[in-house]
Design a protein around this ligand. Structure first.
Ligand code: NDP
Length: 492
C-alpha cells in the first residue's frame, strides 16, 4: 500500500504526529493507500509557509504575466497527467473512469482560463469631487486562501478554487477530503515542476475536525473557499464570521428537473436519467426531483424506468460501467436510510430501493438506481439532499405549480427545464430560484461560466470573471496633487 506525504513549504512531509489514515477503494471496500493524518501543528506550518510565500519576492515579486505563465505551465503538466490522475480518483472515490478521464482532461482549461485573467486584473481611475486630488483603485489579492474540498470531484473542485485564487496572486492551503486525498497529493507534485515557489501551494491531509477546523480558524487565513455539505458549510461560515474572513460556500442542492408535455421526450428521459444516476447521484447538481407534467406523466415514467433498468453497474475502472459504488460507507448507509425514509413516508418504490446485490458489484458499496413515485413536496425525500442515485417523481399541472414546487426547498443550486417553447424556457429560467438553469440539457458547466448557489446552496461564484473577484479586494488610493497645506484637524 502506498504511503503518501503532504506538501508543506515545497517539501514532502509526514504529519507531525507521524500518523496515517487509510484511504478506501469503494469498489472493494479495502484500504488501498495511506495519507498523513495532519492536525493543527501541520496546518500551522502550512499556513506559515503560505504566508511567507505570499509576502516573498518569488511570488509577490512576479509580474501578473509571469504568474499567468506559471499557471499555464501547470495546466500543460496537468494535461499530460490527466489519465493517471483519473485512475487515482476512480480508485479512490469509485466514480467512473470514463467520467473522471473527461473531467481531468477538462481541468487544465480552468488553469488556462484564469492564467489568461491574471494580467487583466485592473483598477480604475476615478473622477474626483475634490479638486487637486488624484484617486484610483487597485485590485489586490487577499492573502492565504484555505481551500476545502469534498470527495466527489476532488481535483475539479480544487481547480475551481486554486486557479482563480493563484491567478489573483493569493497563496493556498488545500485540505482535500480525507476520503479522496490521493489525487490532490499527486497533483501537488506538479507545482514544483511548473516552477511555483515553495509555500505558494500547500496540501494538508487529514480529518475535517482535526485538519479542516484548525485551517479555517487560523488567524493567518484570509479567505475560505469551501465545497461540501450544508451543515459543515454552516459551521465553516460561523467560524469565518468569528475571524471576519471572506467565504465562498458551495453546499449542494435538491435540484428539480422539470419536464413539460411539449418537450422532446427522448432528450428529456436521457437528461433526467443522467441528472440523477450519473456519478451515482453523488453530485451537488444531481437532479434528484423529477417534476413531470401530468399529461405525459404515465408515459414518461414508463420510459424512465425502462431506461434506468438498463444501467450497467460494476467496477468503476471498467469503461463500460454506467453506475459505480457509493464513495464512503457512511454515505452508503445514509442513502439506504433515505430509501427507508421514503418508504416510511408512503412513497412508492418503482425501481431499486435497496443495496445492489449483483455479482459484478463485488464487495463494494453499491445501491440500486432507485425511483420513487407518489412523492409529495412536503416529504423529507423531496426536500433533503441524499447524495445518491435516488429520484423522486412529482407530477404537476401547470407552470405555476412547477415553479412553486421547484422553489419550495431550502436549496437553490440548479434546475433543468425540458420544453420546446422559448417563452416557457425564458419564463421558467427567470422564476426558478437556482444559480444555474439548464434548458433541454443538464450538468453542463464551464470554466467561463459562473457557478454557485441561491439560498442554502451557498454563495459566491466559481468559474467565469465572477470567480476571480472572489479572491481580490479593492484598495482606494488618494494622492494630493497640489500639496497645499493640509488642515491639521479636519478632513479635506
Ligand atoms: P462535508 O461537508 O463534511 O465535507 C466537505 C469537506 O469539509 C471535507 O474536506 C471535510 O473533511 C471538510 N470538513 C468536515 N468538517 C469540517 C470542519 N469542521 N471544518 C472544516 N472542514 C471540515 O461532507 P461529507 O463528506 O461529510 O458529506 C456530507 C454530505 O454533504 C453529503 O451526504 C452530501 O449531502 C453533502 N456533500 C455535498 C457536496 C457538494 O458538492 N456540495 C460534496 C460532498 C458532500 P473530511 O472529509 O476529511 O471530513
Amino acid at each position: 500500500m502506498n504511503k503518501h506525504r503532504m506538501l508543506v513549504d515545497g517539501a514532502w512531509v509526514d504529519a507531525a504526529a507521524g500518523e496515517w489514515l487509510e484511504s478506501i477503494n469503494p469498489f472493494t471496500a479495502n484500504a488501498w493507500a495511506l495519507i498523513p493524518r495532519g492536525r493543527k501543528a501541520d496546518v500551522d506550518r502550512a499556513v506559515d509557509a503560505a504566508k511567507k510565500a505570499f509576502y516573498g519576492k518569488d511570488w509577490r515579486g512576479l509580474t501578473a504575466s509571469a504568474r499567468g505563465a506559471l499557471l499555464r505551465r501547470l495546466a500543460e503538466l496537468l494535461a499530460t497527467e490527466a489519465d493517471r490522475l483519473a485512475e487515482i480518483e476512480s480508485t479512490d472515490n469509485g466514480k467512473l473512469i470514463s467520467e473522471m478521464r473527461s473531467q481531468l482532461h477538462y481541468v487544465p482549461k480552468w488553469f488556462h482560463y484564469f492564467a489568461g485573467l491574471s494580467d487583466k486584473i485592473e483598477g480604475r481611475v476615478l473622477p474626483s469631487d475634490k479638486p487637486g486630488f488624484f484617486n484610483f483603485t487597485r485590485e489586490e489579492p487577499l492573502g492565504v486562501v484555505a481551500a476545502i474540498t469534498p470527495w466527489n470531484s476532488p481535483l475539479l473542485l480544487a481547480a475551481w478554487k486554486l486557479a482563480p485564487a493563484l491567478a489573483a496572486g493569493n497563496t493556498v492551503v488545500l485540505k482535500p477530503s480525507e476520503h479522496s486525498s490521493v489525487s490532490a497529493l499527486a497533483f501537488g507534485e506538479l507545482f514544483e515542476k511548473a516552477g511555483f515557489p515553495p509555500g505558494a501551494v500547500n496540501i494538508v491531509t487529514g480529518l475535517g475536525n482535526e485538519a479542516g477546523e484548525p485551517l479555517i480558524t487560523h488567524p493567518g487565513v484570509a479567505k475560505i473557499a469551501f465545497t461540501g455539505g450544508d451543515r459543515t458549510g454552516q459551521a465553516v461560515y460561523e467560524q469565518a464570521a468569528r475571524g471576519i474572513k471572506r467565504v465562498t460556500l458551495e453546499l449542494g442542492g435538491k435540484s428539480a428537473n422539470i419536464v413539460f408535455d411539449d418537450a422532446d421526450l427522448d432528450q428529456a428521459v436521457n437528461g433526467v436519467v443522467a441528472g440523477i444516476f450519473a456519478a451515482t447521484g453523488q453530485t451537488c447538481i444531481a437532479g434528484s426531483r423529477a417534476l413531470i407534467h401530468r399529461p405525459i406523466y404515465d408515459a414518461f415514467v414508463e420510459r424512465l424506468i425502462t431506461l434506468a433498468k438498463t444501467a450497467r453497474m460494476g467496477n468503476p475502472l471498467d469503461l463500460s460501467t454506467q453506475v459505480g459504488p457509493i464513495t464512503t460507507r457512511p454515505q452508503y448507509e445514509k442513502v439506504l436510510e433515505y430509501m427507508q425514509v421514503a418508504k416510511g413516508e408512503g412513497a412508492v418504490c418503482l425501481l431499486g430501493g435497496g443495496p445492489a446485490q449483483r455479482p459484478e458489484c463485488g464487495t463494494g458499496w453499491f445501491v440500486e438506481p432507485t425511483i420513487f413515485a407518489g412523492v409529495r413536496p412536503e416529504m423529507r425525500i423531496a426536500n433533503e439532499e441524499v447524495f445518491g442515485p435516488l429520484l423522486s417523481l412529482i407530477p404537476f399541472d401547470d407552470e405555476e405549480e412547477a415553479i412553486r414546487v421547484a422553489n419550495s426547498t431550502i436549496y437553490g443550486l440548479a434546475a433543468g427545464v425540458w420544453t420546446s417553447s422559448i417563452r416557457r424556457a425564458l419564463a421558467m429560467s427567470e422564476r426558478l430560484e437556482a444559480g444555474t438553469v439548464w434548458v433541454n440539457c443538464y450538468r453542463v458547466t464551464s470554466y467561463m461560466t459562473p457557478f454557485g448557489g441561491f439560498k442554502r446552496s451557498g454563495f459566491g461564484r466559481e468559474g467565469g470573471m465572477e470567480a476571480i473577484r472572489e479572491y481580490l479586494q479593492t484598495k482606494s488610493v488618494w494622492i494630493d496633487m497640489e500639496g497645499k497645506t493640509a488642515n491639521p484637524f479636519g478632513l479635506r
